[in-house]
Design a protein around this ligand. Sequence first.
Ligand code: UD1
Length: 417
Amino acid sequence: MSKLCIRGGERLNGDVIINGAKNAAVAILPATILVDGISVIENLPNINDVSILNETMCSLGAVTKFIDTHTLEVDASTVYNHNALDECVSKMRASYYLLGALLGRFKYAEVAMPGGCDFGGRPIDQHIKGFKALGADVEVIDNVIKVSAKRLIGTRIYLDVVSVGATINIMLAAVLAEGTTVIENSAKEPHIVDVANYLNMMGAEIKGAGTDVIRIKGVEKLHGGKYTIVPDQIEAGTFMIAAAITGGDVCVKNIIPEHMDSLSSKFREMGIEVIEGDDYLRVIAPINFKATTVKTLPYPGFPTDLQPQMAVLLTVANGVSTMIEGVFENRFQYIEELKPTGAKIHIEGNRAIIEGVESLKSSHLIATDLRAGAAMIIAGLRATGGETVIHNVKYIDRGYETVETKLSALGANIYRK
Ligand code: UD1
């Protein structure tokens, strides 16, 4: 199994190009099931989660073809299989979108219970509540979710928790339903807007994506077309934090700067300079920056998917920082794994109290999930006294395309073995 090895202490310098958003891609691929025609998806990140979903789409009967590394043509008109029960489906969070898409088009689906990173309980009761409100029967038997409906009829659905997955899933189920569906208290993440933009380009009538009330007027069918996926907010943030921890000067390109506002404003509070352009942010960091308090929240709040990376940055800030996890019940498992670096962190419920230290020590670190893996890389970039070796790189490959190549181009001493 491959490992990433890093000799830290190099100041990152230069430009990095950000890929298409993982969390948009893993929703748009299932969404192509709703389209009566060919979808050409551009700016698709070349990551393992996309490969797995592509294989799953083919196992359902879709015909897919890579035009180039980042462009996939999907013809889902040939889908005949409505059951996604494979082991790889149950390892992925985003496989839950197959439920909404298959239900929307065929009024029937059986999908293995979704897996994904372990942040404590990750219920899908709000997805189920939405499907039921549209008229579907939902059964969960032996870790398989079965949804079926005679008709899907638009209605008002109030989400009890702001959920990215439930918002998108209900949107998928409602696009071809009869009448209008209103999702209240919906999530507002950039990838929700991106999925709505894709569906609208194919003929859907969705209004309000990006606000907390989304209105979906059902249409009879969707047509094919071409769509370019939005840049990845989390990959961009990861590189901004990587630049900052090395006291670097890095231009993060091909992004939507507004998506990064919660991180950019935190950086400025900490004394890290951020210069904004039309489609880039340049981070110019001193080696010493101030401690701060961060609380993760649904968008436009600070993203929980940048929590581990930001926590590592705070381990070398001047003073005591607090990181509050406001989205998931248990997203601090990785903190234990950081111990060998000499980071001083202790957990009090949903808070991590982080006492800044002068330096981090190189060591063997184990990635416990995707973003925790990114956080281990960030620790390795700063750590000195030998080589940092990161294990379980498979998690990182789920969501980051050629991460070591991009970091090497910025001057990091990193390689895979
Ligand atoms: C998605 C993202 C993940 C990100 C998260 C929050 C994908 C594939 N994954 O995950 O990277 O960390 O959004 O931005 O896009 N909840 C319920 N009931 C539900 C659904 C959610 O109680 O039916 C709770 C969750 O336990 C959590 C909170 O709502 O506490 C937010 O979860 P949600 O936004 O649904 O996250 P995911 O869709 O799983």
